[in-house]
Design a protein around this ligand. Sequence first.
Ligand code: ADP
Ligand code: MG
Length: 622
Amino acid sequence: MAKIGINIATGSLQKEEMIVGIDLGTTNSLVAIIHPETRQPVALREHNSSSLVPSVIYFNEFGNVTIGEEAKQYLITEPHNTIFSAKRLMGKSYNDIKANASFFTFKIIDDNTESLVKVQVGDKFYSPVDMSSFILKELKQRAEHILKTPVTKAVITVPAYFNDAQRQATRDAGKLAGLDVLRIINEPTAASLAYGLGLHKEEITTIAVYDLGGGTFDISILQITNGIFEVLSTNGDTYLGGDDFDRAIVKHWLQQVSMSEEDMFANKELSQTLRLKAEEAKKHLSSNETFEAEVNGDKLQISKVEFEQLIEPFIEKTLQSCRHAIKDSKITVQEIDTIVMVGGSTRVPAVKDAVSKLFGRPVNDSVNPDEVVALGAAVQADILAGNNKEFLLLDITPLSLGIETMGGLMDVLIPRNSKIPTKVARQYTTQKDGQSGMRISVYQGERDLVQDNRKLAEFNLSGIPGMPAGLPKIEVSFLINADGILVVKAKELRSGVEQSIEVKPQYGLSDAEVENMLLDSITHAKDDIAKRALVEARTEGEQLLETTEKFLTKNASLLTQEEIITTAEAMQALQLALTMEDKDLVHKKVEELNDISRPYAERVMDEAVSSAMKGRTIEQAG
Ligand code: ADP
Ligand code: MG
């Protein structure tokens, strides 16, 4: 790949258009830009209101969505219709979040534990990607309203520990919201950029980023060498944050008025009022000594000293994570040059003091901690827009590269705008018992269905030894070397059979064609994502039909006549739903079939286990 000027990567509209930076947070989200005149990063806000948009989605009875402050009011009064913390669900299966299921007050679909999480509101199903896209759409609209110009290009931040699937889900959410996501960057990297760290060539520095938000805590240790950010270590707690401080205050007050938690929860109105008052108290105590309020005729008060005692255990927990991160980074505390404070909860003086004490020096907190990530994303956006000369030329992939998966979907291995050289590997498996070959089709482009992308190559991995479906581990790796040559390799890990191919992704592709492919993907984003959702729902439905069929053939004698009949009916209904263009209907029929089969599936399992216990042989898997 030749040196690619950033203009190609950002498309033809770059001159007139602004690229925004977005912090898509668990609790709050916001948009920032580089101010065209001052050249300083600024968070976008409407007149006197806050730049922060609470990441809360409320669905009314007609399924219309409201986002932000207004939606927050329904958190306790209408928990089933109000989604919060969607970010925690990104790229997760039910199994991944099962241990924390009680945290969520809305309905999360809990069968099909291996596939991606879905949330049900009324009779509609939403993926975490859908929910994040609602928030991004709202941010986009607000930004357009404030800037009075269309906003279609963005840099979005994610936690440093997000894996490939979670990053891809974030990209998809952006696309669905009508945004061309130029780059996904790590939140700690963004925070460093906002402080101007890592912006200069020949700069070598080590930074600790302490991020305490509403519901999550992260510590990241970064090393920057000549503009390249490397995450040395991360640690944290995905269920620890300012919300815990609020809850501790509410508990403290309940003691003051001798009320039990059960009594409070029984009164939703009161629960909501106390929760909001507690947050108000906490913020007040960041710059005052005491807080007083009256709720329902009861006087509530708390002093800063009392508050600090309440949150001491939470702070200690974060320090413990910091110690682990320092240890994992293999550097000493003395070698850390800067400590950056991120997240609204670092406004609490006791938090700052504790962190400063641990690292043995003052912390950097001059940039607004709840805006710093978005501000840094804006700095990165500005670099991509080509406004920062030092970063003008980069070796990057102008279009995404991936392979075809089930149902003709594009599975991206190397997202566009990735720096090269780069290497990515992902594991796949077979769908049929005894399948001996697998076709690997390599595509380039931004569309969700491969038929709309550009085919680069195709080859067959043959000689996979006979195994039941799902057992072979086929690793597909993409390697782009410094010359821009793509090497695609497929290897079955159990047997070692492998096959590879070399391609030049840019061969025969003009800059104009690259631009057209990009613009196409935005024009068709909505349609594409809907198609993808339908294909995914159908694949899930087909797989369920297949496993149910297998199960019935094997265990028919253990089922009652009625169970067999209702199962057959549910299977037929699912079969029919698969022929229609309605993903919600497919999800519904999948759920119904699962509901019918779950009781007897469990029963049959129990019987298998107890007969094994009696010393009889059971079938050997594999
Ligand atoms: P996230 O990154 O999880 O989206 P934020 O960085 O926006 O979250 O932090 C939100 C948290 O910061 C909330 O718990 C909020 O109550 C808390 N917070 C905001 N301002 C203050 C303040 N002045 N004092 C203490 N906590 C604050
Ligand atoms: Mg945050």
